[in-house]
Ligand binder design. Structure first.
Ligand SMILES: Cc1cn([C@@H]2O[C@H](COP(=O)(O)OP(=O)(O)OP(=O)(O)O)[C@@H](O)[C@H]2O)c(=O)[nH]c1=O
Length: 610
């Protein structure tokens, strides 16, 4: 989520943070900025005596850090980033500038100097806009600084040494970290706290407003000079700038000149007053662009970008391109988009997977969603292009559930199984433990596919014997999902059709992600078959993503559309699932959540027939 519309102005630019500081990275990403991190190689050795003030030194260092990264990236990629941000934090006391301590003794000297006194923390920031023309890098520099006063308590030698021995001081200006243990040393802070931590976010936002959204002349009087304009003021400014070739730093803007912007689309009204235009629809624009992000993820998965980087990363774009047998330029763009989407990280040594990507987007691994991504790319994507006709004509009654569509090819079936396998593995433990199922000695997972949930149940309940019941053409492929060979002894696979064949005997029946695939008449048919097979005291466990007010509609609505475009099924609310179980003779119906996407409903078969 982008909190500040002005941060949103940078969303579609290639932004680079020229800093190795984890604090800067955190502050800016928490503010919603998307950026790559390329630590600067600039040596912080400028002659301090040559600067009139400590902050002039910090600003110049910040600028040199950012310029070094801009020119290195320009030379390497022949494509400079749009914006490079550099920063430098220093601590000053009695005219002395303290940077990061060289060793423990140095940290001790610094902390002793600060002990019991007030000092200033300055962060200099440089925002560099780059553009390359005819292979030449052209830069516009915008710079500023922020000062915060910090007072240390009187601290004992022991405490100082204990703090130094914690290791915390070594990578921090002045030898302390106010955001962590070092906070204990501090009596008070005057000014921006984040400035001490390493990045003056508030001042940075004000600068972006100056750069990207120069205000109307009329608004200048309304905006207090020392405040970040309220959101509506951003919007007035941004609308104005949009009228002027989109909202970006005009050359004048970059140099800090805020000339008169043309009136917004609505212009001044007849009384000469500016009407407030509606808020800028950043979230809506993100939504409109959403499909591009999905497709980038799908494509990177399909090309096995995450597999290559998991095995051999970090790698440069050119090396990834070679391994993928793809164009260097196309690969570079895709990798950058993946960085912006938070799937990859970019450092000096090249592109690497984030933990998320290694865990879920590489094709192997217990938590891999690679199959689910492929299913969405190759199947759901195509089907969803037909959403309009599904909405116009209603659900396509002829379409069957993928696993049961007789026309489905072996490859399609395998793809569907891979998707279900990944998704089920991800949530199997949460489902298995949503209720205490230890009272059951046997369970049958109807439509249990590759047995991902069944295995987890067998693992969780050492007494439980689990049967997976699914179509023969599904069971046939099960072994390829369990390369380690033999299934656990308490797990067996039985081929069959739950609408036609006798259901295997079990004390507990499970219908996980099955009912939403079917229309009401088929659901009743299936539940009455389960009810007839289930002995009094036995159970039925239904796992679904229920349509429910309690959950943000976001999580369940795509599934509702799924049912519309794909089959005759539909999503149901928890009340409907409860009622369905009740109608088929299940009592004491309880509901639990499995993670934030799944609901688990458990009913006990009553002794009297429904
Ligand atoms: C006073 C204080 C400083 N810091 C950190 O001190 C480093 C300053 O060094 P720098 O040279 O400005 O940055 P760097 O870490 O060398 O990174 P780079 O930008 O690559 O030069 C930055 O990390 C800051 O967060 C804290 O984390 N907490 C505090 O309370």
């Amino acid at each position: 989520m982008v909190l500040s519309p002005v941060i949103g102005k940078l969303l579609h630019k290639r932004v680079v943070l020229a800093s190795a500081s984890p604090r800067r990275r955190e502050i800016l990403s928490q503010a919603g900025l998307r950026f790559e991190v390329v630590p600067s190689r600039f040596k912080e050795k400028l002659d301090k005596a040559a600067f009139a003030t400590p902050y002039a030194y910090a600003i110049e260092t910040a600028k040199q850090k950012a310029l070094e990264v801009a020119s290195r990236m320009h030379q390497k990629d022949l494509r400079a980033p749009d914006v490079v941000i550099g920063a430098d934090t220093i601590v000053t006391i009695g005219g002395l500038i303290l940077e990061k301590p060289a060793d423990k003794q140095d940290a001790y000297r610094m902390l002793s100097r600060l002990n019991g006194k007030e000092h200033s923390v300055f962060t200099g920031v440089a925002i560099i806009h780059c553009c390359s023309e005819d292979g030449q890098l052209d830069t516009d520099v915008c710079e500023f600084h922020e000062e915060t006063t910090v007072k240390f308590s009187e601290l004992s030698e022991d405490l100082l040494w204990e703090y130094i021995d914690s290791g915390e001081p070594m990578d921090k200006a002045g030898g302390y970290g106010i955001q962590a243990l070092g906070g204990m040393l501090v009596e008070y802070v005057r000014g921006d706290f984040l400035n001490v931590v390493g990045f003056p976010l508030n001042h940075f936002c004000k600068k972006l407003v100056e750069l990207y959204c120069p205000p109307h002349r009329e608004d200048v009087q309304r905006v207090k000079h020392d405040s970040i304009p309220a959101v509506d003021t951003f919007e007035i400014a941004s609308e104005a700038a949009q009228g002027d070739e989109g909202c970006g730093p005009s050359r004048a803007g970059v140099h800090g000149h805020t000339g008169q912007a043309p009136a917004g689309p609505q212009g001044p009204d007849t009384n000469g007053l500016v009407e407030n235009p509606p808020p800028f629809p950043s979230d809506l624009l993100d939504l409109i662009d959403g499909f591009k992000a999905s497709k980038a993820l799908f494509t990177a998965c399909k090309l096995k970008v995450f597999d290559v980087l998991k095995e051999e990363g970090p790698l440069k774009a050119v090396d990834v391109a070679r391994k993928l047998n793809a164009s260097v330029c196309g690969t570079g763009r895709l990798l950058d988009v993946c960085v912006a989407l938070g799937l990859l990280e970019k450092t000096d040594t090249g592109y690497g997977n984030t933990q998320l990507a290694s865990r879920h987007l590489a094709s192997e691994g217990a938590c891999s969603l690679h199959g689910f991504v492929a299913y969405n790319d190759e199947h759901a994507w195509t089907v969803f292009t037909d959403l309009e006709s599904a909405v116009r004509q209603g659900p396509r009654a002829a379409a069957g559930r993928p696993a049961e569509d007789p026309s489905q090819s072996r490859d399609q079936r395998l793809r569907f199984m891979r998707a279900m396998h990944g998704l089920t593995q991800l949530t199997a433990r949460q489902v298995a433990t949503a209720f205490d199922l230890s009272r059951f000695a046997s369970a049958c997972d109807l439509g249990g596919c590759t047995g991902a949930l069944a295995r987890e149940l067998a693992r969780e309940y050492p007494r439980l014997k689990v049967t997976v019941f699914d179509l023969p053409e599904v069971i046939e492929h099960v072994s390829s999902f369990h390369p380690e060979g033999r299934q656990p002894e308490r797990l067996r696979f039985v081929p069959g059709d739950f609408f036609k064949d006798d259901l295997p005997d079990a004390q507990l029946y499970i219908l996980s992600r099955i009912l939403h695939d079917w229309a009401d008449d088929r659901v009743h048919e299936l539940l009455s078959r389960v009810s007839r097979s289930c002995k009094p005291g036995g159970g039925l466990l239904v796992v679904e993503t229920a349509l429910d007010e309690r959950r943000a509609a976001r999580a369940s609505l795509p599934a509702a559309l799924n049912a519309l475009v794909r089959a005759q099924g539909r999503e149901r609310s928890l009340a409907e699932y409860r009622s369905l179980l009740g109608q088929h003779g299940f009592r004491d119906v309880q509901v639990a959540q499995a993670g934030d996407r799944l609901d688990v409903v458990l009913g006990t078969r009553a002794s009297s027939a429904p």
